[in-house]
Structures are given as C-alpha cells and as structure tokens.
Design a protein around this ligand. Sequence first.
Ligand SMILES: *[C@@H]1O[C@H](CO)[C@@H](O)[C@H](O)[C@H]1NC(C)=O
Ligand SMILES: *[C@@H]1O[C@H](CO)[C@@H](O)[C@H](O)[C@H]1NC(C)=O
Ligand SMILES: *[C@@H]1O[C@H](CO)[C@@H](O)[C@H](O)[C@H]1NC(C)=O
Ligand SMILES: *[C@@H]1O[C@H](CO)[C@@H](O)[C@H](O)[C@H]1NC(C)=O
Length: 842
Amino acid sequence: MNNIPRTNKLFPFLCLVCITVLLNAIHGSSQPNKAESLILGCGLEEGGGKDADGRQWEPDNKYVSGDKSVISKASFQDPSLLSVVPYMTARIFPSEATYKFSVQPDKRYWLRLHFYPALYSNFDPSNSYFSVTANGVVLLTNFSASITCQALSQAYIDREYSLAPLNSDSLTLTFKPSENHDGAFAFVNGIQLIQMPDLFDTAAMVGFVEQSVDLKAMHSQTMFRLNVGGQFISATQDSGLSRMWYDDTPYLFGAATGVTIQAAKDVMINYQSMPQYVAPPSVYSTSRSMGEDKDVNLHYNLTWVFSVDPNSMYLVRLHFCDYYYSKVNELVFQIFLNNQTVTNVFDVIAVSGGKGVPTYKDFVVYTQGNKGFSNNLWLALHPSVEQKPSYYDALLNGVEIFKVNDTDLSGPNPLPSAMLEEHEEKERSFAEDDDSISATIKKHIVIGGAAGGAGFAVVAAILIFAHKNKKKAPASYSNTSSWLPVYANTHTNGTKSTVSGKSNGSGSNHLSAMTQGLCRYFSLQEMKQATKNFDESNVIGVGGFGKVYKGVIDNGFKVAIKRSNPQSEQGVNEFQTEIEMLSKLRHKHLVSLIGFCEEGDEMCLVYDYMALGTLREHLYKGNKPLETLTWKQRLEICIGAARGLHYLHTGAKYTIIHRDVKTTNILLDENWVAKVSDFGLSKTGPNMNQGHVTTVVKGSFGYLDPEYFRRQQLTEKSDVYSFGVVLFEVLCARPALNPNLPKDQVSLSDWALQCKRKGILENIIDPCLKGKINPESLNKFADTAEKCLSDCGLDRPSMNDLLWNLEFALNLQENPDASHDEIHQFEEVNLNDNNDMAAHST
Ligand SMILES: *[C@@H]1O[C@H](CO)[C@@H](O)[C@H](O)[C@H]1NC(C)=O
Ligand SMILES: *[C@@H]1O[C@H](CO)[C@@H](O)[C@H](O)[C@H]1NC(C)=O
Ligand SMILES: *[C@@H]1O[C@H](CO)[C@@H](O)[C@H](O)[C@H]1NC(C)=O
Ligand SMILES: *[C@@H]1O[C@H](CO)[C@@H](O)[C@H](O)[C@H]1NC(C)=O
C-alpha cells in the first residue's frame, strides 16, 4: 500500500465542529436549568476552567446536594494526565449525595463520568467503593476506580453512558459509598450531561433467527469506540457528539493484522441521507483491510478481540465505507461475532449504494459466561468465497461496542491480568531491596509510556505492566513545576499560538504543543535540581544535540534530560522539532516526551527514562560482558521498533520520516519493550505531493539510504533502508560501519548482502546465536532485511509488510511445526522478487 500523505481536507469542517461544541458548552452553562449541555468539573471554583482541548468546564456546586461533600485537589499529578481539568480536583462524598439536573423527558442524553483515583488529602482511593444510579438506573455498584485503573494500566477512567428518555423532567444522579467497606467514600472529578440525537434503533440478535432487540428504550454504556485503521479522534474533532475514537491496533488478534488504507484526497465522504453525527468523516476515510494477496486472505480471519463482562448484552455497531471499489460484488465478505456467522455476504457497496458512501450495521450479542467466551468478544472478517467476488478481501472503518440494559449497567471490577500480578509481585520484592521509591518510579515510567489517550476504551493490558500503591506517591507532592494552563504561556515572549489564536505568545512552534496541554514546562532550577547541577556523573549519553543526563523529578520519578549545547545552531531547530512532534505522538513503541525547559540560552527536553538503555549496547559494546539476547528477544525488539516506526509513517496526522534509524536510537525499557527515540531529524511530509521531501542529507553513516544520498529525496523507504541495516546488526552483532575491518567488510550492509547472496550468511551471524535460530526463521528474517536494503526505494517493503514478515519470523521460531502449506502462504507476502538488483554502492 502506498502511503498517502495525510493532509487534512476536513480541517475547516473540524474547526466548525470544535466551535459548535464550545458554543454548546458555553450556552449550556449560561442556562443551568435547561440541560442541553452541561460540562461540570467537580470541585472547580467559580469561573470553572478549560481542559487541554480548550473546552470550558463549569463548577458543579449549583447542582449538588448533600452537604457533607468535600472538595479536594489530587495530591499527585500522573504524567499521563493530558489535562489538569477536570482530573486534578474532585468532589468527595463520605455519605450518600445527589446531583439534580433538569432534562427533557423525551430526549436521550450522554452522561459521562470522569474519575482520577489519586490521593485526595486523607482520602485514599483504595478505600473508595461506591454505587452510582441515575433515576434508579444502576450505572455502577461496588465500583473501585482505583482497581479499575490498575487493571487497565490507566491513571484515570472516563465512563460514557447513553441514557434513554427518562420520562421525567429531572435526572437525579446518586453517589453512594458502599456499605460493605469500612470508611468507603464516593468521588467524581467530572460530569458531562449532553443531549444527543437518537442514535439507536432495533438490531438483529446474533444466534437467534429473526429475533431483534429494540434499543430505543435501552440505556447503554460505551465499552469501545475505535477508528479502525485510523488514529485517535478527540472529543472536539468528533462530528458534534464529543465522542473520542481510539486506534484499533491494541485489539487486533494474532500476527495477521491486515493493512490500513486512507481514502485518496479526491474522495469525498458522501453522507447522503445518513446524519453526519453517526460518525465523523475521519472515521469513514480510514480503514483496515486484509491485504492484497488473495491466497493469504483466504487463510486467515481479520480478527479483533474485546474484553467484556459475561452474561450481558452488547450492541456492536460496525461502520463501513468503501472509498476504493465502486461496484457491487467486487468486495464481499463474511462477518463473525463470537465465532457465530452474522452474515455470509456483506457487500459494502451494495448496502451503502456507492463509492464513498458510509453505512453502519448494528448487531446485538449476548455474552454467555459458560461457553468459553467468558470475558472476550470476538469480531472476525473473512472473504466470502462462495459469492466469487472480484477481490478476496474484507474491510472495516469503525467499531463501537455498547453494553445495553434497561435497568442495570454495572459490572464487577476488572481483575488485573495474571501477567500484571506476577510483575507486581516482582516489583514488590525489587522495591524491598532497592530504594523505597523505585516502585513508584516504575509506575511512572510505565504509565507515561503507555497510556496516551486512555479513556473509557479498555486498553488491553498486554505488555503494559503497571504499578501499585499510589500511597507511595508523596502526599506533599512538591508543586514546584506547574502544568501550564491553556493560553497562559507567561514564560515566553512571542506573538502567536497556532492553537488558541488568542494568546499573545510567541511564534515558536512548540507553543502549540504546550497550549494543548500535551507538554509540561520545567524551570531551569528544576533541571539543575534533577541532575545535581548537570553533574558529569549523571551523563548517560552524548548526541548531536548535546549531553543526555539521568535525572530525578517530583521526588523520585526518573527521567532522561537532553540538554542542548548552546553553541549548536542546529540545536534550536531540532529542539523545536522534537517538542512539536513528540508531544503529539503517543505510542507504546515511541519514547514519551514529558516536557521541556527553555530559559535564556538553556534548552532541555525531558523524557521517560529507559532503564535498559540502547539496543546497541545489548548487541555488542567493547569488552563489557553482557547477557546475550536470545533470538526471540531480538525479534521482539525489532518488531517493537518496527511498530513504532510504522506508527510514525502512518499513524499520525502526517507521514513522519524518522531519518536517523539506528541501534542507538532504539531504546529499551525495564521490560525490554523497544521504543524509538530521537526525532530531532524527523521530517513531516504533509506536502509530499511527489511522494518525497527534498532536504539536505542528514542521518548517520552506515545507515544512509543510497537513493536518498544520490537524489536527496526522502521517503519513508529511507527509514526502511536504515531499519534493514539495524536488522543485520541485530543478526550479526557488529556495528554498521567498522573501519578496522578489511575493506569489503567495513560496511555491514554491503558485507551482509554479499554473504547472503553467496549463501554464506550463516558464517557471519552472532556466534551466540549459532544453532539457536530455526533455519526458516533465519531465512525469513534475512530475506526481509535484504529487501529493506534494495537499492531502489520502491522495491523495499513498507513498514507494515516488514512487521508482518518479522512477526512471521517470530512465529516460525516459536512454532517450527506450523504446517508447510501455511508457511508457503506467508512466504509470498509482499516480497516481490527483484533478483537482478544492482550491486549496492556506498
Ligand atoms: C440487565 O441486567 C440485569 C442485572 O444484571 C440482568 O438480570 C438482565 O438480564 C439484564 N438484561 C439484559 C437484557 O441484558
Ligand atoms: C474464521 O472464523 C470463523 C468463525 O469463528 C471460523 O469458523 C473459521 O474457521 C475462521 N476461518 C479461518 C480461516 O480462520
Ligand atoms: C473463537 O475463535 C477464536 C479464534 O478463531 C478461538 O481462539 C476461540 O477459542 C474460539 N472460541 C470458541 C469458544 O470456540
Ligand atoms: C467489591 O469489589 C471488590 C474488588 O473487586 C471485591 O473484592 C468485593 O468482593 C466486592 N464486594 C461486593 C459486595 O461485591
């Protein structure tokens, strides 16, 4: 799939939506008795406050009764909180209390509840268990926000309900501490009550012939809302209903994850009679499909897995829009839910009526606790072979999953996964013989790195291990560094912020990131404190930008601090590029930027600390003996790094080319999770109308794409080339360039290709790996690396194909007995032959 640059035609439209949402919010608040739109920050003072998206939150005191409630500020701000409002203040209820809102009796409402389980003065969140009801409809019982967040590896949780018409002109929201726990209390940080259109009708019940469920009178809780094949959509970018849409990748099952495609620029999403609020165009203009290879597609199901409560009813809404094919019977596929056939023939064009016309389909499934599905809901797509469509493929643009019930939506608190428990056990023992704060530190590192835009969507806690004990977070959290409120960029001197358009701030780019609340500002004093006045003993690395120091902030949270060399002109630009890029990018396999410092000549960037350092130092490093990485570990690290790069290339708003992919820019956290770092040289490609960006050649010798070098044209395939060198480095455990070796061996890429073609690659692989790699896995890996080093960018695989192949190599290593047929099918994937490749030149 070509990467189509992600320019955003929808921008003006989205802005309109933002304005509408804002206006609604303001409008609602000025008429407190007509709840069309109430956005309440619980415990906020007179005047309210704005969140990171610029939405205004009003104080809640006019609506609450039960005089024992207490207002408190959280004593600790988790780094993954993207906004102070509404999370940092809470209203706490030691006894039953109610909110009362006026509503229209015949209208449906969104009710969103926001919880951040932190320590509030002496209220410990682990003692908080409570129920919430809305006019008698049970929303939560015995709810522990703390356990829920812990199980999901999130710092905060947003719950979204859609309440059917209540036949009453008031809504009473009751918070009641649990009677089964001594000292239990209830709390809430934010409440949104927003009138919404009737989104639901009737839907077929899966597994029951001709049975359908009337959803009009049902209340629902949003469990998942995914922009399949696309990126996160924030509340202000939604089509008027302030919903958040998340990336679908955490829910994909297995190695075969298909390909993502974005609509070409000239395709308009044509809603026809469907109201646009059903889902925004940004949902319909991205999708995931199976891939181009028919034989591969016939042998797998494109599958997503969701964790749900047993014995409950779920509405699954699938969004489709085919902006590629235009005729009936070109693309026909089957849909399965929980391994039951929902339909054998689904033809998007036939259903929607044409190319670029969106449509959606609702199904209701009942999850039974006793059939082995207990906690999972499976969604799978497969080409409809019987129908003989022109292409064996399948397509999905969006998914929403709602739990539905007419009286009770509550469920048990989730259990942390076994893996999480095991990890915590280890961490506890580690904490005992290490300094007392290490557990807290780890917690931060993990959360900061993984959370991103967590929300109600349940993030599959796969490799994300968390934390314990918010109690350990110092109660007297020193408030020396502030998260700047939106628009208040007092420390800079400039003219314009791209986001607000209101401030009189500077023209420098990083302001936009800051005003969006994505990035924290540190004073120089704090940087000095963190690094013992930039003590040389704290230096952990040196780069073009300057030195990198280890540091400790907020009483124990370890960070890496990059300090610019004031002499470096290049530094200033790269500094701004990094802030601008990194603050917007959140991905498990990218190093998270926490904040920055800019004072006088001093510039620092503050990142999550990566406990295990660079990939390179685990492959080879002078004479220091190291525990050797196994082949499986190496593959997993390569896969992680490839995912990070894939996200840069396709997951963000613009195609982002890293430009300096190498083993020292792949860092490892304490769980060996690979994270790509160093975006100082990155280039976005919003104007890539010729599919490339012309620039001055930058990057590192030994990894440079020869095509880029010759033509000075940068494409994502330049990163793929460099990644190919990384792959050989991982296999051979030697540097990309080693001038001490005989001439033909100096450059790893030349030498490895030469050996590969002569069939003697085995001779140069890391001696520690000899005899430990499954030969098929080695072949797959080496073939893939070779393709990456193709002289011509077009012959190199995309990051997505690369991922597929690496995952397959891992699969071959782990399941050497997989049927040969199957291996053959995978063999063909996207590795087009180009044997007559010209000899690669330096
Ligand atoms: C609604 O919830 C109640 C209580 O959990 C349960 O007994 C009932 O079966 C549910 N109804 C539906 C339609 O799922
Ligand atoms: C796809 O899923 C359906 C339903 O679970 C199953 O019957 C079928 O065998 C699967 N097909 C493949 C190729 O895995
Ligand atoms: C449903 O299908 C998935 C994948 O095809 C499989 O792993 C799971 O075990 C199946 N569940 C049951 C109960 O058959
Ligand atoms: C409340 O939740 C906790 C934690 O999930 C659980 O241990 C306890 O048994 C629950 N209590 C009741 C009464 O359901």
